[in-house]
Design a protein around this ligand. Structure first.
Ligand code: ASP
Length: 327
């Protein structure tokens, strides 16, 4: 059995038995002993990287009997609104021309989905993606069309480029050398999966994409099946890392299908990473991390290089789980 470091114990073990308020205080962290086997424990939320505040918000909504869809939208919005996060939403690093372009998608338990690609001047792409899902006959809106749609739905025009990101971009322009550092130096998309008290799973993914990308470049994050996939009968998966490689394996869909065939979320994530390695036998210079959750509330995560982690909130508490890696 794998030992886990739990941070802040916050309730009892099944959704029906929750009694204590668990609004996340991210300050009073306390390491407590591990709980290793927790089949059928709901609600649960996991997200890529150590996004404590986003997962805490999602958990707060789940705890108050909210839907997994609301938990996802309002959870990831925390990161979209955090100007200090330079890889998601406002404050995100721009493309090589200095424009911040955002990608996001959302998927619910009924299999509905919506996405926005290369969206500019709008602070909460995940909410626009939800509007695409709920209020249009389409799944994806891109660029100017997505922006126009957002204004029509009442979203305000904002400047997404903070002074910090602008100065860094100006510095980068001196060499204009496009690199993708292994971990969070220039990319840490938030992908989130949640299961609510009804056992319904939803997911979302939102990013400013790779820093200094070519104008118009879109990665995996808003692509249903690549950056995110949910099948409420099975589970969900989401990704972070170099999106081009996730798209080439349709990574999140693959992981859900592997779980359908009987693999645990952990095994499915490991197989997803192996498929990517097989296609890149001569490359070790990029990172991808997957996380997954199944219908029983079991979760897993795996990555190419060490350094990736994911945060998990459950009735037992919350923890940042260091992912095992292929290399
Ligand atoms: N997957 C994102 C993209 O390719 C970036 C990341 O997660 O690091 O745009």
């Amino acid at each position: 059995m794998r030992r886990r470091k739990f941070i802040k114990k916050s309730g009892l073990t099944t959704a029906g038995m929750l009694t204590a308020p668990v609004l996340a205080s991210c300050k009073d962290e306390k390491k407590v002993e591990a709980i290793t086997d927790q089949k059928s424990v709901i609600p649960i939320v996991i997200c890529t990287w150590d996004f404590k505040n986003a997962s805490a918000k999602a958990w707060e909504i789940l705890y108050q009997n909210g839907s997994s869809l609301d938990a996802i939208e309002h959870g990831v919005r925390i990161e979209e609104d955090d100007v200090n996060n330079q890889t998601v939403g406002t404050g995100g690093r721009p493309d090589r021309d200095g424009n911040v372009t955002l990608d996001a998608c959302i998927m619910d338990a009924a299999g509905n989905c919506g996405a926005v690609l290369a969206l500019q001047n709008i602070a909460n792409p995940i909410s626009v993606a939800r509007k695409v899902m709920e209020e249009t006959p389409h799944v994806m809106l891109a660029g100017k069309g997505a922006e126009q749609f957002a204004y029509e739905k009442g979203f305000k025009k904002v400047n997404l480029l903070t002074e910090k990101s602008k100065q860094e971009w100006l510095e980068w322009k001196k060499t204009a050398n496009y690199e993708t550092p292994i971990n969070i130096e220039n990319h840490d998309t938030i992908g989130m999966l949640a299961i609510d008290k009804n056992g319904d799973i939803s997911g979302g993914c939102t990013t400013s994409g790779m820093a200094y990308k070519l104008a118009g470049r879109v990665g995996d994050s808003p692509i249903i099946g690549a950056g995110l996939f949910v099948d409420n009968a099975v589970g969900g998966a989401t990704a972070t890392g170099v999106g081009e490689e996730v798209v080439r394996t349709v990574g999140s869909f693959l992981i859900v299908e592997l779980m359908r065939q009987g693999k645990s979320p952990q095994e499915a994530c490991e197989e997803g990473v192996r498929r990517i390695i097989e296609k890149n036998k001569n490359r070790k210079d990029f990172q991808i991390g997957f996380i997954a959750m199944n219908k029983n509330g079991e979760t897993g995560g795996y990555c190419i290089h060490s350094g990736f982690s994911y945060r998990r909130y459950s009735p037992e508490g919350h923890e940042n789980i260091e992912s095992q890696s292929y290399f």
